[in-house]
Design a protein around this ligand. Structure first.
Ligand SMILES: C[S@@+](CC[C@H](N)C(=O)[O-])C[C@H]1O[C@@H](n2cnc3c(N)ncnc32)[C@H](O)[C@@H]1O
Length: 504
């Protein structure tokens, strides 16, 4: 049978239905209701001894019931308008999720909910919320109810009323969230959670997360509640106007929990893009020191200041003084950029490169002209590509560029200088590095490597969340760091500040 989207027909996976039915019938209920029965996946999964009831509005589905060998009493009616002369021991439902604006009878529904249950919902609500409130009110004391719904309501405006209702009644035991990678339904519905409700007052809500359906057949709610996938949150702490998705910890690594709905942590890419440095295709030819520049009489136009080797930089700050020191030591700190050639000597150097087949390497032969250096902006923070236990982080205070020995951190346009300095202060701390290290690639021999995207996808703390007073303190330490040789003391101080923002 083809699903009728207008009636919110999305049919439940049998394995999911089994979990829900198993839980609502755990205490051997006498009666069980499915308010939106569809093809009856829930009721079929329930024990024959239970007296079953169902509602269904769709004539097509009802006509087909004869085929299903149904063992339930069917109310061929709109559930929201159906009056039952008794309450139920258990309710299980995958309700229609239509937006309320699309519903013809909505003023009638609003009236019923207000009059019968004293709940006023806005016109922007969702039909599933009406189903849910009615079902909760139709439960006997200690009766159980399980609803499969999209989890958006936990974070949206229209969800506020239902959350308010949950807080008032305390009936929710667990919200089981399926991580977004798990697509349980077809295109229309992307997120889903199961609400486990019992008609009594609970102390708090279990925010439980699942990211694999592998073991779904052996799923046991009581056992799951005891695992680290569960976050028990006291009702008294919860507020209806708050977003509740943040209570789920859905990304765990090395004892640090991140939550994509909680902006305490953000991916690196939220404020900056980590990009690899300049690749030349032949460092022997392209990197220059002053002796080579003098030897080949190269003009200043073709000499692009660039840090070529990571060991050349040992301090936290790279300044024009550092550059001059390297220059005096005759270190290779320039790149030959043939695209700017002006003098005969510059062109002779290009010819010299061709005579030595520099133009034939993979990179140079794919570049036009082969002797032009790729155009990369200098970046204010460098981060070493290879490391051993500790990432080398350099605050570049010059417009000197970098070869691939470092990745460059390129901040988004709206990121202030202060924020860049804060980010630098953060990155040099063990607190930050431990988090970044979760995304490292082992390179053998204790050598670790980071590709730019390993860092872009790594999590950092949300620097916007740092308190004003601590921001000041961090920036003061930043100034001290620039003046002082004894950096360890300051890094420790920074580490203590940032650690307080990380939950271990
Ligand atoms: C999301 S489907 C779920 C069907 C089935 N219980 C399952 O899980 O596979 C919702 C069902 O509710 C029915 N329905 C929609 N609005 C209804 C209403 N106001 N009263 C009763 N049933 C309704 C639809 O026809 C559809 O069969």
């Amino acid at each position: 049978m083809k699903a009728n989207k207008k009636l919110g027909q999305f049919f439940t996976d049998k394995k999911i239905a089994n979990i829900m039915v198993k839980w609502v019938t755990q205490n051997s209920p006498e009666t069980l209701l499915d308010p939106a029965v569809g093809a009856g996946v829930f009721l079929k999964a329930a024990d024959k001894k239970i007296k079953k009831y169902a509602c269904e509005i769709d004539d097509n589905i009802i006509k087909n019931f004869a085929l299903y060998n149904m063992d339930w009493e069917l109310f061929e009616n709109d559930y929201l308008l159906q009056n039952f002369p008794f309450k139920f021991d258990a309710v299980v439902c995958n309700p229609p999720y239509n937006k309320f604006q699309q519903i013809k009878n909505r003023s009638e529904y609003i009236k019923i909910l207000k009059e019968k249950y004293n709940v006023s919902l806005s016109g922007y609500s969702n039909l599933c919320v009406y189903f849910l409130i009615k079902s909760i009110n139709e439960l006997n004391t200690n009766g159980r109810c399980c609803y499969l719904v999209p989890y958006e309501f936990l974070n949206t405006g229209y969800g506020e009323k239902i959350k308010e209702y949950f807080l008032k009644t305390g009936v929710v035991d667990t919200i089981l969230k399926f991580n977004s990678g798990l697509k349980l339904f077809d295109d229309a519905i992307t997120t889903s959670c199961i609400l486990f409700i019992e008609n009594k007052k609970h102390k708090g809500i279990n925010f439980l997360c699942i990211d694999s359906l592998n073991d779904i057949e052996n799923f046991n709610l009581d056992k799951q509640k005891k695992t680290e996938n569960n976050v028990f949150t006291d009702y008294q702490k919860l507020k209806s106007e708050e977003k509740w998705l943040k209570y789920f910890f859905d990304y765990k690594s090395n004892n640090i929990y991140f939550n994509q709905y909680n902006d305490d942590f953000v991916p690196f890419s939220a404020i900056a893009q980590v990009k690899r440095g300049i690749a030349t295709g032949n460092n022997h030819f392209f990197t220059l020191n002053s002796s080579l520049i003098n030897q080949y009489h190269l003009s200043s136009e073709v000499c692009l200041p660039c840090i070529c080797k990571s060991p050349d930089v040992s301090d936290l700050f790279f300044t024009s003084d550092t550059f001059n020191e390297l220059l005096n030591k005759d270190k290779k700190i320039y790149l030959f950029n043939g695209a700017n050639a002006v003098t005969n000597s510059d062109f002779n150097y290009i010819k010299y490169g061709e005579e030595n087949n520099v133009d034939k390497s993979y990179l140079t032969s794919h570049r036009n002209p082969w002797f032009a250096i790729e155009n990369k902006e200098p970046s204010p923070i460098w981060i070493s590509v290879f490391s051993r236990n500790k990432l080398k982080i350099i605050r570049n205070k010059t417009s000197v560029k970098n070869l691939t020995t470092f990745h460059g951190i390129h901040f988004k346009k709206n990121v202030s200088e202060e924020m860049i300095n804060m980010m630098f202060c953060y990155l040099i701390t063990p607190a930050a590095q431990n988090m970044l290290y979760m995304n490292k690639r082992e390179y053998g021999n204790g050598l670790d490597k980071f590709e730019p995207n390993d860092l872009n996808n790594a999590y950092i703390i949300n620097l916007n969340k740092i308190k004003e007073s601590e921001k000041k303190e961090i920036l003061n330490i930043y100034s001290e760091l620039q003046l002082n040789q004894n950096t360890e003391k300051y890094i420790n101080e920074l580490n203590n500040i940032f650690l307080s923002y990380i939950k271990f």
